[in-house]
Design a protein around this ligand. Structure first.
Ligand code: ADP
Length: 354
């Protein structure tokens, strides 16, 4: 139950969360939004997801009904927001993009829900950070397309059931495990986005270079892909950084040599680890004999936020096999030692059965 929000509040939030037409998903002018794929063909990889979605979308269109609520999870930069935009454009509907931390007060979420039109998509990023009150407002909204609202005070309070248009909620999270089960259960489809292969990232690099009108050879694209940590957002940023080097220091073309030299200067190693990743592994090795050590201790020692360590650094280090998560904390694996060129202490070696 929630308090009816005032019109002024809704208008203010309208400004903060404008309705976005899929073709104008560049709701701000950042580089990232300018290169976001708008359809399934330009959305590279994630083939299992695309196939399922195509069928689900087709079925929803044939039935003339809005799409089921969808939840996407996985590390940042893998294309959760992008796929939501692709879905909106394929369904020919508008999408409203917001994130859980922006929905602090009940009236924030109520304002958005009340201004949605039938069939529209509401995208909530970082949905695991939604507060309890906002979650409870969402339950009947997702299930029955209604808002349960209270007007008046104590004894004179009345409960109103306000119908909402049938909308689709798309939630995105880096931490599916932190979603409450009642919220998780209300999604008709839950899908984990995977890290991209080198071949897929090579295509991402080539596509971005084409949009930026930068020439890249096959070898140059592969070299950037190798160091992109399985993540298109990183691949795109590296294309931009390397193209700056190519223009200033070379003849403007990104070939393998230009890519590798530029990325070495940027201190991104051949597995895509940057200075923070290496500092994290070195810290565990130097100060904690390779681990295990708790993530809070690691974050404090590196002066980083725990969330950054958990959401940004760790997923790839774990996937690449350089780090291991144990009940007692994080440990550097034999591969992690090898990658840094450090000999593993014999005590650790026997623990890993090396
Ligand atoms: P997330 O929401 O998972 O953090 P985004 O959807 O914002 O990630 O994607 C980050 C950037 O990566 C986007 O700007 C987009 O250009 C690019 N990107 C993501 N997924 C793909 C993909 N499948 N194909 C091509 N580019 C992609």
């Amino acid at each position: 139950m929630a308090i009816i929000s005032d019109d002024e509040g809704i208008r203010k939030r309208e400004k903060k969360n404008p309705i976005i037409k899929p073709e104008n998903i560049e709701y701000d002018n950042t580089f990232e939004n300018s290169i976001r794929p708008k359809d399934f063909d330009s959305y590279i990889g994630q083939s299992a997801l695309k196939e399922t979605l195509k069928i689900t979308l087709e079925a929803a269109k044939k039935r003339g009904k809005p799409l089921d609520h969808l939840l996407f999870y996985g590390p940042p930069g893998l294309g959760k927001t992008t796929i939501a935009g692709v879905i909106a454009s394929q369904m020919g509907v508008e999408i409203r993009i917001t994130s859980a931390p922006a929905l602090e007060r009940p009236r924030d979420i109520i304002g958005i829900l009340m201004s949605l039109k039938g069939g529209e998509i509401l995208f909530i990023d970082e949905i695991h950070r939604l507060n309890k009150v906002a979650e409870e407002i969402l339950y009947p909204a997702m299930e029955d397309f209604t808002l349960d609202m209270t007007t008046g005070k104590s004894q004179t309070a009345k409960t109103l059931r306000v119908p909402l248009p049938k909308f689709t909620l798309i939630g995105a999270t880096t931490k599916a495990g932190e979603l409450s089960s009642p919220l998780r259960d209300r999604f008709g489809m839950i899908h984990r986005l995977e890290f991209y292969t080198k071949e897929e990232l090579t295509k991402v690099v080539q596509r971005t270079a084409k949009i930026l009108e930068v020439e890249v050879t096959e070898g140059g694209a592969q070299a950037i892909a190798m160091r992109s940590r399985g993540t298109p957002r990183i691949a795109n940023r590296l294309v931009k950084r390397v193209s700056d080097f190519a223009i200033v220091k070379y003849d403007g073309v990104i070939d393998e040599k230009v890519a590798n030299e530029s990325l070495d200067i940027l201190k991104i190693d051949k597995f895509g680890l940057d200075t923070t990743d290496r500092a994290l592994l070195n810290l565990i090795i130097d100060k904690y004999d390779g681990g295990p050590v708790g993530v809070e201790t690691i974050a404090a020692a590196l002066s980083e936020d725990v969330r950054t360590i958990e959401d940004v650094c760790e997923p790839y280090l774990l996937q690449a096999g350089f780090l291991q998560r144990t009940p007692r904390g994080r440990k550097v694996s034999p591969e992690g030692y090898r990658h840094l060129g450090i000999k593993m202490p014999s005590m650790q070696t026997s623990l890993f059965g090396e």
